[in-house]
Design a protein around this ligand. Structure first.
Ligand code: PLP
Length: 290
């Protein structure tokens, strides 16, 4: 599963005090994974539409930077980074490697790769930069979250591939993951190419995004995953989320995702739950935006 794979990678590549860059907003748990292995998470600005800001990434790279961790489709924004961004990112990291002699690994966390809408495709990352490791899990695209199964894939041309693979295998054992049960390994091997019914999520995305927009919220339309990340009408996102909670709409404050002043809504819930939130969003929108 994705957290297992990310912890294995970070254990294998980080020295105490090494920095891991993460574009904002980012999955809350990344900070804890990096901290587990003595690293320091450095959150980096993105564009207002939540795409990669390459100038901000370049400016954030220091002699202590060991990795850049990206997640597309993104939790919480739903953004899929464009092919142009990924290509330019690969060139930037390649250039930094030549310039400084120190590799910045690109870690691409992709559990939502197959959860995309409107014909969007997620551009490949391994072909954009040699020093890349991809992680994924079957929790989302097969809705198999209880099985805790996924994988990591290493570019065959990555720096010191043999040493790195040995480090990853050892870290996998040291951290106690060892292997996924053999039965599930066989099951997922036969399920390659299969995915959950995306029309269910797409319907929820459309209904919730339109309701938020019509209520006056600024919210980019997600390309994938099953989250929305609107701007809150007040600066205090924790207070705003509490206000929604009092009306039985559960959201998560953006601060934990490196996006203060925003809130995350998840739509991997029943149609009925999504529809039930709409009158509340309308009422809240009327109150704040008129
Ligand atoms: C971006 C991201 N990475 C990793 C994970 C963990 O996935 P899992 O534990 O289901 O494999 C999640 C789960 O929500 C996620 O959103």
């Amino acid at each position: 599963m994705a957290p297992g794979a990310l912890n294995v990678i970070l254990k294998a590549i980080l020295d105490e005090g090494d920095e891991v860059l993460v574009p904002k907003p980012y999955f809350v748990e990344y900070g804890f994974y990096v901290d587990n292995h003595g690293g320091v998470l450095k959150a980096v600005d993105s564009t207002p539409a939540f795409d990669l800001d390459l100038d901000a990434i370049e400016a954030a790279i220091t002699p202590r930077t060991r990795a850049l961790l990206i997640n597309s489709p993104n939790n919480p924004s739903g953004r899929v980074y464009s092919a142009e961004s990924i290509q330019a990112l690969g060139k930037l990291l390649e250039h930094k490697w030549l310039e400084t002699g120190r590799v910045v690994f690109l870690i691409s966390d992709e559990p939502y790769r197959h959860i995309v809408y409107d014909g969007v495709t997620v551009p490949p990352v391994l072909s954009a930069y040699t020093n890349t490791i991809v992680t994924t899990s079957y929790s989302k695209d097969l809705s198999l979250s209880g099985e805790r199964i996924g994988f990591l894939a290493v570019h065959p041309g990555i720096l010191e591939v043999g040493r790195l693979m040995s480090g990853l295998i050892l870290a996998n054992r040291i951290l106690g993951f060892v292997n996924a049960p053999a039965l599930m390994q066989r099951a997922v091997a036969r399920l390659q190419g299969v995915k959950v019914d995306l029309s269910f999520y797409q319907r929820n995305r459309d209904v919730l995004w339109e309701a938020l927009r019509d209520a006056g919220f600024a919210v980019p339309r997600p390309d994938g995953a099953f989250y929305l990340f609107p701007k809150a009408p007040i600066d205090d996102d924790v207070a705003f989320v509490r206000e929604l909670q009092e009306q039985l709409v559960l959201a998560v404050p953006g601060s934990g995702f490196g996006g203060p002043g925003h809130f995350r809504m998840s739509y991997c819930v029943s149609h009925q739950t999504v529809d039930g939130a709409i009158p509340v969003l309308r009422e809240v929108g009327c109150r704040y935006f008129g």
